[in-house]
Design a protein around this ligand. Structure first.
Ligand SMILES: Nc1ncnc2c1ncn2[C@@H]1O[C@H](COP(=O)(O)OP(=O)(O)O)[C@@H](O)[C@H]1O
Ligand SMILES: [Mg+2]
Length: 165
């Protein structure tokens, strides 16, 4: 991003973000900190091209996987929610479950990862939904992973484990 401004209401006089210059190179991990309402989610949405740009230039190279702040799941099985249309690769799948600390949770579900969730199935906890979202993103072979507040619904211990993996 080169001197970028973004405004949800497309009004250059009412920017939600202004004068943002940001370069993130391949292989870098960047954490954005700021108080509630400071525009962290807006910054990620801007990278996705969801927020009207009112100044500057932006260039994003590569396939993006995105975990939104509000966890969402589709009606279907746990496995369907993670694969999300991608081909099953057992090793990658198991690794993803481990990395997202989901193994124990799945053992407790009546049919494991074949359990129906969402409207017509079991209700997952907020933390479980969040880790499922993370697994869905991680399973994708993306170049850029945008994670919006991915630890907000999990406890400190789980957050540490997720971070380290
Ligand atoms: N989808 C949206 N549509 C319109 N305005 C939004 C949307 N998301 C965030 N905003 C506005 O952008 C500003 C920054 O919010 P946000 O990016 O959600 O902050 P943070 O993620 O740091 O808490 C707020 O004024 C908020 O009302
Ligand atoms: Mg936010």
């Amino acid at each position: 991003m080169n001197s970028c401004g973004f405004s949800w209401c497309e009004d250059p006089l009412k920017p939600n973000l202004k004068d943002i210059s940001l370069v993130v190179k391949a292989g870098e991990k960047v954490a954005i900190c700021g108080e509630v309402g400071s525009g962290k989610s807006t910054l990620l949405a801007a990278m996705l091209g969801e927020v009207p740009r009112t100044q500057g230039t932006i260039q994003v190279c590569g396939k993006i996987a995105y975990v939104s702040q509000n966890a969402w799941i589709q009606t279907g099985t746990v496995q369907e929610n993670i694969l999300f249309g991608s081909r099953m690769d057992s090793q990658r799948y198991q690794e993803t479950l481990a990395r997202c600390s989901l193994v124990k949770d799945l053992e407790m579900l009546p049919y494991g990862d074949d359990t129906e969730i969402g409207e017509r199935g079991v209700n997952l906890s907020g933390g479980q939904k969040q880790r499922l979202q993370l697994a869905r993103a991680l399973y994708q072979d993306a170049d850029i992973y945008l994670l919006d507040d991915p630890f907000s619904a999990v406890d400190a211990h789980t957050a540490t484990s997720l971070f380290n993996w």
